[in-house]
Design a protein around this ligand. Structure first.
Ligand code: FAD
Length: 301
């Protein structure tokens, strides 16, 4: 199980496999997790979710660019995505990944790209969430978020409960957070190797957010985490506008609808674009049973 996870997480970073997969379009079952290769396709999927009382956060897929030009092109896509959300009137936030916007390139490349996006999003009143990537980028992501947040309050960050540092970050940030378990392969020097500890820490973090009135997006498909949250808010009289549940596009869709019908705020992370490979590999790593799903789809478009 752990070996399969490690394999897919290593594959997520394999550039040759990435170019090969992308050349063949949304195949091998990737369509289940990716809303389409184009913005209009993704917006159609969000309209469908909105009709079920579910909101979204839209992400133009991509990560780890190696030139300034690539990062600027990615920023252009994010701007287009913001315009698309505004024009179509769908209920959606924007999610961004800083490595796609030049985080690894140094200087102020990433900051300049992020600033352009946040400026445009602000004009349209659209909330922007900064995803959290692997551990070596954690501190720089937190730093850039803090800097931007003072200027653009309609922004939020992601914290991963598998990291030892997560609780200190939550208490320091005191802001609107999406809390997740964490999707990357991290060493035991920085992250809990035991799943039980990761789950337990996620509950601790959610509790901090709820107890302090800091808005929280509980982003998990784990029935136990969802049940715990529902129970905790009920016992503590916390109103439904202080938190939301978030899930990924294509995962546990019936539960998504059920939560929305029960009156909870539910937001789906909707990824789109041609650079779906790394995202798809991480979804396979999370659940090896998904491999059977790929096998079935191997020869289908
Ligand atoms: C909205 C959202 C945004 C996210 N943003 C980030 C981010 O910025 N950075 C980051 O590191 N991680 C992010 N993640 C991923 C997260 O860290 C986990 O890797 C992922 O959510 C799986 O953990 P889980 O909490 O669902 O619990 P798990 O214990 O992994 O899974 C619980 C159950 O959910 C179902 N499930 C989980 N994953 C899958 C899957 N891939 N396919 C099918 N069923 C599945 C299974 O039934 C499983 O038993 C995000 C997740 C969500 C929902």
């Amino acid at each position: 199980m752990e070996a399969t996870r490690t394999f897919f997480l290593a594959m997520a970073k394999n550039q040759a496999a990435r170019s090969l997969a992308t050349k063949y379009g949304l195949r091998f079952g990737a369509k289940r997790f990716v809303a389409g290769e184009t913005l209009p396709e993704a917006l159609e999927q969000i309209k469908r979710l909105n009709r079920d009382g579910i909101v979204a956060t839209l992400d133009r897929l991509g990560e780890f660019v190696s030139t300034k030009e690539e990062s600027e092109r990615a920023a252009g896509w994010a701007l287009e995505t913001v315009e698309g959300i505004a024009r179509s009137g769908v209920k959606s936030h924007l999610s961004i990944k800083l490595t796609q916007l030049g985080l690894d390139l140094g200087g102020d490349v990433c900051e300049a790209n992020v600033r352009r996006i946040l400026h445009k999003a602000k004009q349209h009143g659209i909330f922007v969430r900064m995803d959290m990537e692997d551990f070596p980028r954690c501190q720089t992501t937190v730093d850039l978020f803090k800097k931007m947040h003072t200027e653009f309050p309609l922004t939020g960050l992601v914290i991963q409960s598998y990291l030892f540092r997560a609780e200190a970050d939550v208490l320091d940030l005191q802001t609107n957070l999406r809390l997740v378990k964490g999707a990357y392969k991290e060493p035991s020097t920085v992250a809990f190797p035991e799943k039980a500890k990761v789950d337990e820490n996620l509950i601790t973090l959610i509790k901090h957010q709820l107890d302090n009135g800091w808005y929280v997006a509980v982003a998990s498909h784990d029935d136990k985490i969802i049940a715990w949250t529902k129970d905790y808010v009920k016992k503590n009289n916390i109103s439904k506008d202080k938190f939301e549940f978030q899930m990924l596009y294509g995962i546990k869709t019936e539960i998504q609808k059920k939560l929305a019908q029960e009156g909870y705020r539910v937001r789906i992370y909707v990824p789109y674009g041609t650079d779906w490979y790394g995202y798809f590999m991480r979804r396979l790593a999370e659940r090896p049973a998904n491999i059977w799903f790929i096998m079935k789809n191997f020869f289908k478009k």
